[in-house]
Design a protein around this ligand. Sequence first.
Ligand code: GLC
Length: 424
Amino acid sequence: MGPRLIGDETALWAAAARVLDANWTGAATVPSPGLYPHQWSWDSAFTGIGLAHHRPDRAETELLSLFRGQWATGLVPHIVFSSTEPRRAYFPGPELWLSAAQPAAPRGVDTSGLTQPPLQALTALHVVRATGGADRSFLTSLYPCLVAQHAYLARDRDIGGSGLVSLCHPWESGLDDSPAWDPPLTAVDPHGAAYAGGDHDRYVTLVAGMRAAGYRAEYLRDDHPFVIEDPLFNAVYLASTHALAELADLAGADPRPHREAAERIHDALLERLWDGSAGCFRARDLRTGRLIRETTVAGFAPLLDPELPDEIVRSLADLLLSAHFAGAAGYPVPTCDIQSEAFDRGAYWRGPTWVNTNWLLWAGARAHGLSTVADLLFGSTVRLVRQSGFREYFDPFDGSGRGSHDFSWSAALVLDLLAARRAP
Ligand code: GLC
């Protein structure tokens, strides 16, 4: 079942649905068979957006199952480990985080101690719209968990006191190896050895510091060496805060605190992360106080802000279409500025095109009426999966597939793209 589609879009729809069915475990969808055998928080949220069209009942189960891993602080961990997989099926496994030793962590389920972009409220809104709110108990169960998730971010993670959430690890960004993290990771090394992606030691050092401090907010605020305000994380946070206000209305709760929070995040994004001289958003390193120079795909995510001023929307569209990004790639959008020294067409999050970042930018472009950009992103994404399958990521020049096969969010988000173009 699905929307009425034109021509071979029907086959694409069926192929995407097959991937989601195959990756369904009964309670959640693994990101891909084999490589990623557990539940990841933003993967689940992206997957839920597609499941809302294909199997809304599963989308509900997927979200509720993710929140089994929520900590008493409200933290939604970025990995909820499956208890049936061998403990060494994925590194880093439960032994790195030792969540069972944390009083705030849930009992009976192992989790990580980091979070990821909080897309879940937005997914929940998609699901509620798809079902027409038929399952009242879904909203009643999930709404307080979403409120607690956002309260945690505002209370424990607004480290700069600006209204924005700070990342405390590159893995919290979702764009793990982004070249934007090279300078702050260079500073994490006691000898200042330059960082250029893929060095697990520094990732583990950062986790060890957090774990030793019981993942406490005071440690993150006062002593942790990696503290970054990121435009993509915060744009997702803002979009989900708006979604939370709508969910509050539907749940019979007060939407005003969420509307006020959204206003604060909007103001802070512009004040803290907009670089007017370069015409783009950048991440801010709170330990140096400076904006990080690297321009990445994350800088376009504030298009998700419905109140983004027109001149900024135009400036982002110009940069996106320029030879720094889409203008010089056959299969946009590359993760990083093609003209940057750090750009690498094949390296994880340092050049390739991903379906999830394309989808976020497509959603933002559509909402701002940027039809040229939205059509380009739609066309590029559909061509990529037609040509190379539902791969994890793609070469931005020739569109060849890389990383895992049958990757869940690549399939799920294509369902959402196709659904938006459904025939009348
Ligand atoms: C990698 C990605 C992250 C994703 C995870 C599971 O860690 O960088 O964004 O959530 O894999 O797919």
